[in-house]
Each structure stands twice: as C-alpha cells, then as structure tokens.
Design a binder for this molecule. Sequence first.
Ligand SMILES: C[S@@+](CC[C@H](N)C(=O)[O-])C[C@H]1O[C@@H](n2cnc3c(N)ncnc32)[C@H](O)[C@@H]1O
Length: 262
Amino acid sequence: MMLLYSALFLLVGTALFFFTLTRGALLLRYATGNTQHDAAHVYPIYANMKLIKLIDFQPLIGAILLFQYDRLVNTIVAELEQMDLKEKRVLITSCAFGNVIPLVAQAASAQGVKTLLIADIIQNELINAQGKLKDFSGEIIYSEENAIAMKQADASVSANVIFFLLHELPHHLKTQALQEAVRVLEPGGKLFLAEFHRPDPWALRALSWTYFKVFEPYGLALWSTHDPLHQLCAMRGISCQRKTVFFGNFQVIVATKQALVT
Ligand SMILES: C[S@@+](CC[C@H](N)C(=O)[O-])C[C@H]1O[C@@H](n2cnc3c(N)ncnc32)[C@H](O)[C@@H]1O
C-alpha cells in the first residue's frame, strides 16, 4: 500500500511540477498581460538555465516521448546520411532536449557539411546546445532568432531539422514557422519535422487528448486544422512524405523542395 501511495505521490508531483512550468506559467503570463514579446509562448523550462539543466536528462526526455525518442531521431539521421552535404549548410530550427542536436551534427559532419547553424529564440538554449557540441569539429553558428521570422537568406540551407517545436507554437505561428522553414531551404533541400500525431487506437487518442488539453493546448490542432503535412503539401514546389510511429502517436515528415530544372 505504501508503495502505491509513493508511486501516486511521485506521479502527481511530477505532473504538478510540469504543469507549473509549462501551461501554468503561460496562464499566469496571460493573466498578468505579460504577452507582448516574441517569446511569450515559450515555457520557463526552456528559458531558465537551472531548469534547462535539470530537465535535459536523456532518460526523462525519452520517457516523455514514450521511449520513441531514439526512433524519431534515427529516422532523421538516416535521411541526413543519404544527403551529400559537402560545402552545404544545415540548420536546426529551435533546440531540443536530449541528444538530437549532437546526433544531427554528427550525421551532417559525416556527410561533409560546411556549417551547422543552430537557431533558437532563447539564448540559454543556445548556450546549453553549445555544451553538447564540444566534439564537433566543423563550423557552428549559434543564432538567436525566431522561427517565424528567420534571419537566414532564402534558399540558404540544404537541410532544416525541426524537432517538436510546432505543437508549442500558437496556431498562427505554426503556419508562419513552416513557411519560414521552407523559404530558407535551397532547391532540392529537405525539411525534417518530428512531431506528435493523432494516434490510431481510441484509448491512446483519449490519453493523448487529455495530455494536450492539460499541458500543451497548442498541440491538438496538429491533428486537424494545422496538420503540418497538409500545410506543407499545400505549398508550391514542396513534396512530402510522412512516417508515423508508435500507433500513430508520433510522426516524422520529410518535405523536399523541388530542385531547379536546368
Ligand atoms: C523544440 S521545442 C520542444 C522540444 C521538445 N519538447 C524537447 O525538448 O525535446 C523547445 C525549443 O523551442 C524553442 N522555441 C520556441 N519557440 C521558438 C521560436 N518561435 N523560434 C525559435 N525557437 C523557439 C525554445 O526556446 C526551446 O529551445
């Protein structure tokens, strides 16, 4: 019985901790009118260095993604390994916890990438990412920028990786972020997008729905009005493929910009 109470206490405590530092913090921000800045939608867990260090722990991040983290990252890495990136630039739009950044960097490096560009709206996230890339020998540019208005030129990168950003953006920003992601791609370039997806089994769908309603209300629109596959496929010159994993709960989209015909 004691064990059951302890497990329950741990579960409720963890849920409260994450609620306070995600949705709860956003509700407080809206209640106090503190929303007039570009990063108003960003949770404190991505802004405060102590919280970043506390939460950026691979087993925890793997568990949050229902132990599918490696599978999703490996899908992106396998795609990068098919690309010729000699003298090219690869972009990671927004940092993410866990080892996705070093693994993408490693794959890009093996393919001969010239510059790895890491962009995030929060400086502390860039500093944290820097700590994970000490072994990377190529050129890295860390750039504080907003995914909805990137500082990068049109057609300036060969690959762009976006790992679980969209579900955290208010809906109108989701569309803008996708447009920017495609704008910066060179012809023939690829966008790799990992995200949540509408699960097939009703029980998982109900759990997932509850999770989004409580913690991440911007996420549910990915199932319907803001399905990134539909939004990307509607863009001129973009072809897309989607792979879903874990009963449809997650997706990796590969969007390719049509190469120039010479
Ligand atoms: C990619 S998302 C969440 C990833 C996922 N939950 C994880 O860490 O595994 C979190 C990152 O996106 C960044 N971010 C949020 N909004 C952004 C925006 N508009 N432009 C650029 N970066 C943004 C945050 O600063 C944070 O580093």
